[in-house]
Design a protein around this ligand. Structure first.
Ligand code: MN
Ligand code: MG
Length: 616
């Protein structure tokens, strides 16, 4: 059994909107775990990482309550209650720093493994020094069909994307090192065999990406699955579901068998939405175990109704709720504290197609904060801009994943709804030409459309909304009929392609050599080489304040928010042409608010989304 990407979702609760919800929460997945344990003679339960960060409760524990000596983290408490056999670390485990992570792990009753989170690199993976053990050998007794028991040693190897060093550079630089996942597994599987592992399971916090093996790849499931000696592959990180039709076109995938490169594999969805299951039928011949048949399944906790509702398939496990009740209540109390007022409904439903006040408020808060910090320095002479992306904008996390704050009182939870990641404030100094590249990177979010054709899918599903930065303080247009200059991970595709048009600062075409300061977050600042190889941007300000706090202070300091949408960017449309845009059904009443675009709701689409037709 697998859980993955729980992101501190234990209660089936939407903390942003302060109401219960049937689509998330380990308390729900726990009921599926109980079903399997009742059905099966033999099972183990594994978590695949990204468990500490990602819900308002996770941030509350990390930033507001803290872990004092020996405090039990509520997520670890819930996992202890469920009796996990082993777990691994995801990239987000490092978001609050290593001491916080180690304090949380210190109270677990089950082993954590990670073979490529290193404190010192050796000459090869066998010689690396690691933060925690690389693998665990679980000695279990399996009951066979006749009720006889047999000893087995199950090896569980933990892996995570080496990109943690970029994503959390400020917290990890000089303290942690990594190694390629496939290389690590390749070198450690034989060692696990030597240590007597009868079967080997890779617990890999990685998605199902390219088939081609590359050093340091982030989503390495396919090359990992090919490794000799590996019996089963547990995946995650990309918040998808495997097996599912999402992977119908993926090389080396057999959906009906639930295999990748012939190996059984699984990926449960994020936030406890599914329980991942790999069924291994084992045969023991003398002293050797052999896998004779396999089956994979991702079992959901709910179904998505047509108009954004959910049909729950299981109830919460009361033991899990009880374990986390106090932290849940404390989180709610904190999140319900009022912080200010908005005169306007703030939502992110159309942030990927038009100017959006819920993104502009983040830009404005960053901009005022950095302006204050740079005041009186020579940098204050440079024009100041601000970059932000819509974090909650549907996508793989589903149709509930939008910012939606009604006019009226703003609470701590509203601030969290506006900014859901634990990023800190930064500023970069760079040239106009680099800003144009940055925006081209964002413009890769759109599929290339053909003028004159109706209902063409607009958003490239492989492009995550958190990379769709808009740069506030400029005006520009994006032309999706042009080929993208960059691919979805930021590699240059076509050096002659340009989608960003009429890029202006204060109404004048931007000078490629003019210098600017851009307020942004630490994640983007460390990712700048991923924006464009030619970047020579330098960080001129790095604060320790979270952007959520920057926004909180901005709201508290400015009285009731009365945000008029500022003209920033615009999507180009064509006559007799329309785009198909998937969004939440809750967006329907807001469809007429979008400046310059006509949006018309069409049919319900898959997974609880609805399709809008966009025209000029
Ligand atoms: Mn995750
Ligand atoms: Mg991850």
């Amino acid at each position: 059994m697998q859980t993955t990407d729980l992101h501190a979702h234990i209660f089936p609760y939407d903390y942003y909107n302060d109401h219960p919800i049937d689509s998330v929460g380990l308390a729900r997945t726990a009921s599926l775990i109980a079903e399997i344990r009742a059905e099966m003679a033999n099972s183990i339960l594994l978590d695949n990482g990204d468990f500490l960060q990602g819900s308002v409760m996770g941030d509350y524990i990390a930033y507001d309550r803290g872990l004092k000596d020996g405090d039990l983290h509520p997520v670890i408490a819930a996992m202890n209650t469920l009796g996990y056999d082993a777990a691994t670390l995801g990239n987000h485990e490092f978001n609050y720093g290593i001491p916080f992570l180690m304090a949380a792990l210190g109270r677990s009753k089950f082993p954590f493994v990670s073979a490529n989170a290193l404190v010192k690199r050796g000459v090869d993976a066998r010689k690396d020094k690691r933060l925690i053990p690389p693998y665990v050998l679980l000695d279990r007794h399996l009951r066979d069909a006749q009720g006889k028991t047999h000893p087995i040693r199950i090896g569980i190897l933990g892996l995570l994307p080496p990109q943690i060093m970029t994503w959390d550079e400020t917290l990890l630089s000089g303290k942690l090192y990594t190694r390629d996942m496939v290389e690590t597994a390749e070198q450690l599987i034989p060692e696990m065999k030597e240590a007597g592992a009868d079967i080997i399971v890779a617990l890999a916090h990685t998605g199902i990406g390219e088939a081609q093996r590359r050093d340091g790849m982030e989503n390495a499931a396919i090359p990992l699955a090919r490794l000799r000696g590996l019996d089963a592959l547990i995946t995650g990180h990309t918040h998808q579901v495997f097996p599912s039709p999402q992977f119908a076109q993926t090389p080396e995938v057999d959906l009906s068998a639930g295999t990748i490169a012939g190996k059984p594999a699984v990926m449960a969805g994020p936030w406890g939405s599914h329980l991942g299951l790999i069924d291994l039928l084992l045969d023991r011949d003398g002293g050797t175990w052999k896998v004779v048949a396999t089956r994979s399944e991702a079992r959901p906790i709910c179904l998505h109704g047509d108009l954004g509702g959910h049909i729950p398939l299981v109830k919460s496990d009361p033991r899990v709720l009880r374990t986390v009740q106090k932290s849940h209540d404390a989180t709610l109390e904190y999140m319900r504290s009022p912080v200010g007022k908005t005169l306007r409904h703030l939502h992110s439903y159309f942030a990927r197609v038009a100017d959006c006040p819920s993104v502009q408020i983040v830009c404005q808060a960053q901009l005022s904060y950095v302006a204050e910090k740079l005041a009186g320095t020579p940098l204050a002479a440079l024009p100041l801009l601000s970059a932000a992306a819509p974090f909650k904008a549907g996508g793989r996390t589903g149709p509930d994943n939008y910012t939606d704050i009604p006019a009226g009182l703003l609470f701590q939870r509203s601030v969290a709804d506006l900014y859901s990641f634990p990023n800190t404030i930064c500023a970069l100094r760079l040239r106009g030409a680099e800003i144009a590249e940055w925006l081209e990177r964002s413009a890769a979010a759109f599929n290339q459309i053909v003028p004159g054709v109706a209902d063409q899918p607009l958003i490239n599903a492989a492009f995550p909304s958190y990379n769709f930065d808009v740069i506030f303080g400029l005006t520009y247009e994006i032309d999706p009929s042009q080929p993208p200059r960059y691919d979805t991970v930021g590699a240059l595709l076509d050096a002659t392609a340009r989608r960003v048009r009429n890029l202006c600062h204060q109404g004048q075409p931007i000078d490629p050599n003019a210098e600017f300061v851009v307020a942004t977050n630490n994640y983007r600042a460390s990712m700048q080489s991923a924006i464009a190889k030619s970047f020579t941007a330098t960080a001129v300000f790095e604060g320790s304040m979270t952007i959520r706090t920057v926004i909180f202070n901005h709201i508290v300091g400015n009285g009731p928010l009365n945000l008029a949408t500022k003209r920033n960017w615009r999507l180009i449309t064509f006559p007799d042409t329309s785009y198909a845009y998937e969004c939440s059904p809750r967006a329907i009443p807001h469809a007429t608010e979008v400046n310059g675009l006509t949006l018309e709701p069409l049919a319900a689409s898959s997974g609880g989304f609805i399709t809008f037709r966009i025209s000029g």
